[in-house]
Design a protein around this ligand. Sequence first.
Ligand code: SAJ
Length: 424
Amino acid sequence: LKVVVLGLGYIGLPTAAVIARTGATVLGIDVDAAVVETVNSGRVHIEEVDLDGLVSGVVARGHLRASTQIEPADVFVIAVPTPFADDRSPNIGYVLKAATSIAAVLKAGDTVILESTSPVGTTEQVRDLLARLRPDLRAPGLGDGSDYAVAYCPERVLPGRILVELIDNDRVIGGITPRCARKALTFYRRFVRGACVTTNARAAEMTKLTENAFRDVNIAFANELSLVAETMGVDVWEVIRLANRHPRVNILQPGPGVGGHCIAVDPWFLVAADPDNTPLIRTAREVNDGKTDRVVARATALIEANPGVPVACLGLAFKANIDDFRESPALKVAAALADRFGNRIRIVEPYAAILPDRLASSGATLIDVDTAIERCPVMIVLVDHDVFRSIPLEERADKHVLDTRGIWPDQPALRTPRPLRMAV
Ligand code: SAJ
């Protein structure tokens, strides 16, 4: 079996490597020649648990190689980005470009699978494009019979657990026709241990968007609660812990906002498709983005109340225990504080060797946890990395803390309820 994976990013490269491990011959395509060279030398350009060892193994055994040029294959997996424009409308240009390149080498019997998070209807657009570019082949769903299959199968893996979840998660496989879905299912069965459930392409596309919108709406609920709890002088994390003892309540955790490239993006695909019917999904996005501004305001007030002293911002990553800073609310908060307070801001991020560009010229400096504990009387917790969570009370009892992740429930300031704001 020969498989071509288009796009060697956070999803494409691990997917290519996992398929290669099954013994298939895998060619990874990327527009970036540096990425191609890195993979061909058995190395990786992204951080993901155990990915480096897997890639170096499959490349050494000749099962995985990379190129900027597409070749004929039996299965094509599209895993390119689908960013959104400034007006929040999704851009499927990279998907259509990938499909165009596949058309040039497509032959009877092939399977084309789209994995990129996409607006509903994109897989049909891919099919339409292939049908137009290759009139010599019968396209699925447009008449009797078909010479190739087109399906949508969203990835659902969690950064930091990608290699495990690629294999263990259930997969939703949406075919342009039932026959397309069955062809794609046969492919996923090679490496997926979870259940493979088939449906049509539109339902599969909407399923993916729905999963991330569900999480965003639920995080927005927690973030909204955190603001109400502050007004009431109540510890929101305690309230959530207690409420979650109810058998049918399961509230997520508040934080400084929602980051990453999925949850903060995908809900907009649903809103863009049907603005009139999505007030809840849209508002959730606004609540989560608004939470970041609230944290900046609270941190600013705390820093101003402690003039002159160095301030430690703990964490820049978009979530705990990973080195991914893209779309990170922690980075946004740290950058806003650094713009305002310059060299008073010390950044503690064990997952960064140097300060990201956004902070480089701000005057802020990178320090380690021990130095922060020794020197910084003010601490702003932005990420719940284990290494921060494990700092015992005795090392931070006298600090002025803004804990946006609730990692230090025993911090004295948190225990002191603020006076209830009464209406007059
Ligand atoms: N967050 C909170 N409170 C919570 C949970 C998360 O504030 O209770 C924040 C995190 O700190 C982070 C953001 O939300 O900033 C997103 O983190 P995440 O761990 O929820 O999700 P991602 O972006 O790493 O991965 C998500 C996953 N989707 C779901 O869990 C529904 C993953 O399965 C998807 O494959 C991925 O998006 C994707 O590629 O779409």
